[in-house]
Design a protein around this ligand. Structure first.
Ligand SMILES: [Zn+2]
Length: 352
């Protein structure tokens, strides 16, 4: 997911600067560009349901809480990480740069309260994306980094000093044993990214799987920008096959339950049903009649009509149930529509 989904102060200020530069450009272009944004003219959306919100962050901008026993989670309201305290040090799971130095502050706080070590000895990567592990280099060189083998390949080619490549890799399975604790890492195929991993804590009733299901929120823009849409639609079934009570999704301010995941699966299934119905109902003929040889205009308007037909009832059903249903359901419907057409071949017809 994009770092832009973290409404932190710096990106807000950077964006304000970019917006301030617009009028000069608009003048040069003969005023063709949009007016600068103003809070008065921006669209309104439905309020966020209280069920989607988590605990308040502290003065430094983070919340740290216990998931189960010695497993903890940290959030800034938009991103999440987790850590396990052990007798030999701390195992950290992801290092979102938006939480940044607050990760160590949260660990220090819990370590002091429990009289255990605050030294991060291991850092597990859920996947290679910078918005989830771009704080990795803060933990120096004296830490063992663990990730799926494709995370290592991707990070090696991306060559970002903020995200050192993992020292330990696995292809399909790896059991991490640290200080008497065990964590099972697994790769079950590509989904959000080719390297996205399932992190299971068998002794803590918890599963961590990032950028698939964001408890009580609809996915981020265009179905979480998932690289493999069918793989991402299937991932919750794989997740549900694990025993767990607590779910860490990598985003927003709260943890998830199994009931939350069932609700999310229903939402995705409703979109799929809506898309299939729309493809069989919305007639493309008028769009092609209107636009003639401008095939892209016809395609754009036809697919927009399919998206509107499919997503309208879903938005209505989930408003007040899943946060931001009115913000991102349409773009997720478009991503799923394209996958249903192109990956599944639904609606494809061979010329007679
Ligand atoms: Zn991601």
């Amino acid at each position: 997911m994009s770092p832009n989904s973290a409404p932190n102060r710096r990106s807000f200020l950077a964006r304000s600067a970019a917006i301030a530069a617009v009028p000069a450009v608009a003048t040069l272009a003969g005023g063709a560009l949009a007016e600068p944004a103003s809070a008065d003219t921006l669209p309104d959306y439905a309020p966020i349901p209280p069920s989607a919100l988590g605990p308040a962050v502290n003065e430094q901008g983070y919340f740290v809480g216990r998931v189960e026993k010695n497993l903890y989670w940290v959030t800034d309201g938009a991103y999440q990480a987790a850590f396990l305290t052990t007798r030999d040090g701390v195992v950290l799971f992801d290092a979102p740069p938006s939480i940044g130095h607050n990760l160590q502050r949260a660990i220090d706080q819990i370590a002091a309260e429990n009289g255990v070590s605050n030294k991060v000895t291991h850092l597990v990567y859920s996947h290679h994306h910078a918005d989830h592990i771009g704080g990795s280099s803060l933990f120096g060189t004296d830490v063992v980094r663990i990730g799926q083998v494709q995370a290592k390949q991707l990070l090696a080619s991306e060559n970002d000093p903020a995200r050192p490549v993992p020292d330990v890799t696995f292809e399909t399975k790896h059991t991490l044993n640290v200080g008497g604790e065990r964590v099972n890492l697994a790769w079950h195929g590509t989904n959000h990214t080719p390297d996205n991993s399932y992190i299971h804590f068998p002794d803590h009733d918890t599963l961590m799987l990032v950028d698939i299901f964001l408890p009580r929120w609809v996915p981020f823009d265009s179905f979480n920008l998932n690289e493999d849409v069918p793989g991402s639609i299937a991932a919750p079934d794989t997740a549900m096959a694990y025993p767990w009570k607590h779910f860490i999704g990598g985003h927003m301010g709260r943890l998830g339950t199994r009931a939350d995941m069932v609700l999310y699966q229903q939402y995705v299934n409703d979109i799929i049903d809506g898309v299939k119905k729309a493809l069989g109902t919305v007639d493309p003929t008028p769009f092609f009649a209107k636009y003639g040889n401008n095939v892209w205009a016809a395609a754009q308007q036809y697919l927009a009509a399919v998206v509107a037909y499919a997503s309208g009832p879903v938005i209505k059903k989930y408003l007040g149930v899943l946060a931001a249903a009115d913000v991102y359901t349409a773009s997720t419907t478009f991503a799923i529509l394209e996958s249903i057409r192109l990956d599944l071949g639904f609606g494809s017809q061979v010329h007679p």
